[in-house]
Design a protein around this ligand. Structure first.
Ligand code: NAD
Length: 259
């Protein structure tokens, strides 16, 4: 097992990509703090990890709430004695062209991704620095590296997370902290399923065309990236043994984006 006895926090782990990673971390021997908006939304993931013999706890953590993030991280350290891996994964999407975008919708997307990543990072680093190191991970996107229409706040926020990841790699090095950002292409989760009809309406095309001509158009094989593809990368980055791999954006997108 690649993460034996490591203590990991995954935000937004109640479903989708976060859940897949939390379960994979559990199978690799980590104790996993499953954070989501409510205890209820984290419960299924905790039960799945425990059902396969792992150790997990549910944390109610709205990542935009400073107190909730600080209290959640403190609870992990108090219960399990430390924090080795923190993954800022919680995210939301909003589809609109810039000229029609409500400030509230812009702010919501920026807040969940960027404020959330900052708050989780600050709380985690305080414990990691005190204990000699750890691994910060961010759930970026191909949209950390390039843009698509109708997703300005998401693209801006994901580019911002790349900057935060790099800053943490520079500051964290002397404290034994590595920092990397995972940049997936499209993965079939509720976040993506919701935007298919929204994009179809906005662009005036069919849902099938949104998938084949917008989402997967630039992949090498017309395939979605899978939950397993992303969780395997998240395990690899968490387990990587040295600071040779820090400050990096790793793209997992069927060739949609090549860097
Ligand atoms: P999802 O909608 O299936 O899951 C997101 C989870 O985040 C949910 O459990 C939700 O409750 C939680 N969440 C939302 N706001 C929160 C908040 N304020 N505090 C705490 N938790 C909150 O989405 P997903 O597709 O699994 O996306 C997870 C991450 O992966 C996001 O950061 C997303 O931007 C990123 N991503 C997704 C794709 C994709 O194609 N699905 C591609 C690239 C990157």
């Amino acid at each position: 097992m690649r993460l034996e006895n490591r203590i990991a926090l995954v935000t937004g782990a109640g479903r989708g990509i976060g859940r897949a990673i939390a379960e994979h971390y559990g199978r690799e021997g980590a104790k996993v703090a499953v954070a989501d908006l409510t205890l209820e939304s984290a419960r299924d993931t905790v039960q799945a990890i425990e059902a396969s013999g792992g150790t997990a706890m549910a944390i109610a953590m709205d990542v935009t709430n400073e107190q909730a993030v600080d209290d959640g991280v403190a609870a992990i350290v108090e219960q399990w004695g430390g924090l080795d891996i923190a993954l800022a994964n919680a995210g939301v999407q909003h589809i609109d062209p810039v000229h029609k975008l409500a400030f509230a919708d812009w702010s919501k997307v920026m807040s969940v991704h960027l404020d959330g990543a900052f708050l989780v990072t600050r709380a985690a680093l305080q414990h990691m620095y005190a204990s000699g190191g750890g691994t910060m991970l961010y759930m970026g996107s191909v949209h950390s590296l390039e843009a698509s229409p109708l997703k300005a706040p998401y693209v801006a926020a994901k580019h911002g997370m790349l900057g935060l990841c790099r800053a943490v790699a520079k500051e964290g090095a002397e404290h034994g902290v590595r920092s990397n950002i995972i940049c997936p292409g499209f993965v079939r989760t509720p976040l993506v399923d919701k935007q298919i009809p929204e994009q179809a309406k906005e662009l005036g095309i069919s849902e099938e065309d949104v998938i084949s001509k917008v989402m997967l158009k630039n992949t090498v094989d017309g395939k979605f990236t899978t939950l397993e593809d992303v969780s395997e990368l998240a395990v690899h980055l968490a387990a990587f043994p040295s600071a040779a791999l820090t400050g990096q954006s790793i793209v997992v997108s069927h060739g949609w984006h090549m860097q």
